[in-house]
Design a protein around this ligand. Structure first.
Ligand code: GDP
Length: 306
């Protein structure tokens, strides 16, 4: 019988997998085990004896954390990933799915992003330590497949949002930061300030869809190359701002602060490979995803990561 181990259990994706209430799954968070320690990792894998692993654990941060600690982000993530994959190999794990992210793609690349372009250039200088460490997951997967025949694969989701995200205003990704800012603007009866023009487009995917897809990948996707997970639907920051404002019932002033950077205008990703494998998968709409996320945020504030 199969036994799945999920690393990063207290993070956004690990939590979304937990919500699916599957049987025979063991969840490990950083409170249970420091994955940077190989011997402890091996010991726990020998104890749990997982047949399958979904590896979501990582040391992550916003631009601030990434810029201040490129060395630490590089080393910690390299250790976590090499330890998990090596312990999985040594304990005979049949299948392992690990998470990368579209933010590790080359800074100068052609859009839409495609799996085959992952290594074709330097990542953005603001997160190069993290990005290179994450890219090594793909290298280790392929090397282990070639030498040991391991069935280890990786997935590359676009902008994930949902419950259990990091809602830091300064360091959070755009949607959790916006949700937190609108909440405070309503509470304090002050204008809500959005960074930039609101025009840029992003592909937002709800965490529970990514959880479901990762389980499908675990059972069905056996290619050695990574697969991008996205609906392929782009929404502007402005659309998302109005959706969140409506859900939070914020009626105050919304200011788009154009002195703040917009960043890249678009970062579209190619979902041809996903569509080829799963032509009928229905991603939930941003309306539904934001509604669920804001409900969770309101029910759990102030005990959220922020
Ligand atoms: P991400 O925050 O890592 O997802 O960064 P991206 O560069 O992919 O997207 C951020 C986009 O949202 C940019 O156009 C920002 O100008 C805009 N934005 C507006 N308000 C905020 C905010 O409060 N926090 C963040 N991170 N981005 C914001």
């Amino acid at each position: 019988m199969s036994k799945i181990l999920v690393t990063g259990a207290s993070g956004m994706i690990g939590s979304a997998i937990k919500e699916l209430n599957l049987r025979n799954v063991v969840y490990l968070s950083h409170k249970d085990l420091d994955l940077r320690d190989f011997l402890k990792t091996l010991e726990i894998f020998q104890e749990i004896k997982p047949t399958h692993i979904i590896h979501t654990a990582a040391i992550v941060g916003g631009v601030g954390g990434n810029s201040a600690h490129p060395g630490q982000y590089f080393l910690d993530n390299i250790k976590i990933n090499t330890n998990v994959l090596e312990a999985a190999r040594q304990t005979g794990v049949e299948k392992l799915v690990s998470f990368m992210s579209t933010c590790i793609f080359p800074n100068e690349c052609t859009y839409p992003l495609s799996e085959k372009d992952l290594h074709k250039g330097e990542p953005h200088s603001s997160n190069f330590g993290y990005a290179y460490a994450k890219r090594m997951l793909d290298v280790q997967n392929r090397a282990y497949h070639k030498e040991y025949g391991c069935n280890f694969v990786s997935v590359i989701p676009t902008n994930i949002y949902g419950p259990f995200d990091n809602y830091s205003i300064e360091n959070g990704h755009v949607l959790p930061a916006l949700i937190h800012k609108i909440y405070l603007a309503k509470k304090n009866e002050i204008p809500f300030i959005v960074w930039g023009s609101g025009e840029p487009l992003r592909e937002f995917v709800y965490s529970s869809d990514i959880a479901k897809l990762s389980l499908w990948i675990l059972d069905n996707y056996n290619e050695n190359d990574p697969i991008i997970l996205t609906s392929g639907i782009e929404n502007s920051i402005k659309e998302m701002v109005y959706l969140i404002a409506e859900k939070i019932k914020f009626t105050g002033e919304i200011i788009f602060d154009k002195t703040k950077p917009d960043g890249q205008f678009r970062k579209p990703s190619n979902n041809t490979k996903l569509k080829k494998h799963l032509p009928n998968f229905k991603f939930i709409t941003v309306e539904e995803g934001i509604s669920k996320t804001v409900d969770w945020f309101l029910n759990n504030y102030p005990n959220i990561r922020k």
